[in-house]
Design a protein around this ligand. Sequence first.
Ligand code: SF4
Length: 294
Amino acid sequence: MGSGVVYREITVKSALTRVQGMPFAWSLNPYMGCERGCVYCYARDYHARRGRDTGAGFDREIDVKINFPELLAHELRRIRKRETVALGTATDPYQQCEGRYRITRRTLEALVASPLPLVIVTKGSMVVRDIDLLVKLDVKVCFSVGTVSAELARASEPHASPPQARLEAVRRLVSAGIDAGVLAAPILPGLSDSEESLDAVAAAAAAHGATFFSTRPLKLDPGVKPHYFAFLAERFPDLLPAAEARFAERVNPERSYVDALEKRARRVRSRYHFKERPFRTPQPAAPSQLRLAI
Ligand code: SF4
């Protein structure tokens, strides 16, 4: 449990959230808010849309959905189509408090009883605790690793597992026969978008047995911008004017930047031999598509 973090135990009325226009049909978020405190976190904007604070209200006040697993078990029994579900689209399901509450673990138990193809997105090495359940699921585990620089990670993702610990978790999962790879996201302009930086992440992913490697550029929604700009102002002031200009009127970087980044990422990916596996359950979703959605 993180120090200075307030945990509120709440009950919710539904567990599965229907998702439109994404490579998965449902999302699951056992917590609301995320104590990782990543400065660029897109989920801060979801808090803004609910009229909640996007700073400490997002990363120091965590809602714990205590009835989530039981509710999910009930909802899963009523689902007929075996569509993909994504766990951790708006919060890290393996943030610190999961060690105590075990809501994610009990969510996986519900999915083992009523299986659906599953994608998990996390920055938490705690996921290895649940290997015994993951081996029973048709699952892809996406470790978000945007940089292998421990220093940059510590500054921008202050309460996440260090990149090396996430990579070790990839190795542990793959060794157990679980499909796991790296989603290098978000890539931060001027900090982690060089070919050298992307290559270092891809090389580390390959060295740890990752089955896939994909990237996603930074996206700054209105509720996220102040936090990201404050981070730049404090840690990388030279990069602030360009970032403010780039994102002044938009949430995504300009097309030419995105195209150049994708080109670089493709070049890097081609140097390694990632062997992405399809879901055992026939599904259109693939981790490379996830970057559009998460
Ligand atoms: S781990 Fe994910 S959900 Fe949590 S703060 Fe970081 S980016 Fe946001």
